[in-house]
Write a protein that binds this ligand. Structure first.
Ligand SMILES: O=C(CO)COP(=O)(O)O
Length: 260
């Protein structure tokens, strides 16, 4: 079985280094040394150094929320892969819908960032997912196909095996609307099928595909129990240590029970 990855995307929260440190401390203390599921948090860039210190000695991964495809140079406002590595990051989120739709980020740009991330040995978490209108127009699979083929273009099977995908239906993000386990599993099965076709069965079986979109303590078990859902990318509920820890616990329960 793939090891579940429960990751917290803090987005533009919290607004002070004290609050960010306290949140990270709460997650670290609650988790202890447990490693049966993988855990990562993605604080805002400016808090990464401080939080790397807080996480010292814990198995929790540290993630950037984005990065640029060049390593250095005249790119005002950007953050590069080597910089993330230098401040202790292990992961980086790429192509989040809030960047695709809010900042006009394209599949080609996500692909360039992905290759740069792999180049510095960061574990990329590549986000994909359809909008409400696209789902209503029955375009979900067409949108996933375009995002998968564009964002993951040119990867070898070995590189692909080290990439995490996050299926985040845009209509479920921050809305309290969660994809039903059936809807989520169907999308994940489509993604796994595409991976099998393009990269082969052995690689597809290794790729961790998270679900994201209003994951909460009370819906985590049923989502994480789905055969092709290998973790969660958590937004709002990752801002309360107790809620995030409860989602991690759900992952640990599913892991202990095993999936069919
Ligand atoms: O966008 C998300 C994680 O990247 C999900 O956010 P919410 O959990 O707040 O819906």
């Amino acid at each position: 079985m793939r090891t579940l990855l429960i990751a917290g995307n803090w987005k533009l929260n919290p607004t002070t280094v004290e609050a960010a440190s306290a949140l990270a401390e709460g997650v670290k203390n609650g988790l202890g040394a447990a490693t049966d599921v993988h855990v990562a948090i993605a604080p805002p860039f400016v808090f990464l150094t401080q939080i790397d210190g807080v996480l010292s000695g814990s198995p929790i991964g540290l993630s950037g929320q984005d990065m640029y495809w060049e390593n250095s140079g005249a790119f005002t406002g950007e953050i590069s892969g080597p910089m993330l590595v230098d401040v202790g990051c292990t992961h980086v989120i790429l192509g989040h819908s809030e960047r695709r739709h809010g900042q006009g980020e394209t599949n080609a740009q996500v692909n360039a960032k992905l290759k740069a991330a792999l180049g510095v040995k960061l574990i990329p978490i590549v986000c994909i997912g359809e909008t409400k209108d696209e789902r209503l127009a029955e375009q979900t699979e067409a949108v996933l196909l375009e995002q998968l083929s564009g964002s993951l273009a040119g990867l070898s099977p070995e590189e692909m095996a080290g990439v995490v995908l996050a299926y985040e239906p845009v209509w479920a993000i921050g809305t309290g609307l969660t994809a039903s386990p059936e809807q989520a599993q169907a999308a994940h099965a489509y993604i796994r099928g595409w991976l099998t076709q393009v990269f082969g069965e052995a690689t597809a079986a290794r790729v961790v595909v998270q679900y994201g979109g209003s994951v909460k303590p009370d819906n985590a078990i049923e989502l994480l129990s789905c055969p092709d859902i290998d973790g969660a990318l958590v937004g709002g509920a990752a801002l309360k240590a107790a809620d995030f820890l409860a989602i991690i616990k759900a992952g640990q329960e599913v892991t202990a029970r095993g999936k069919s």
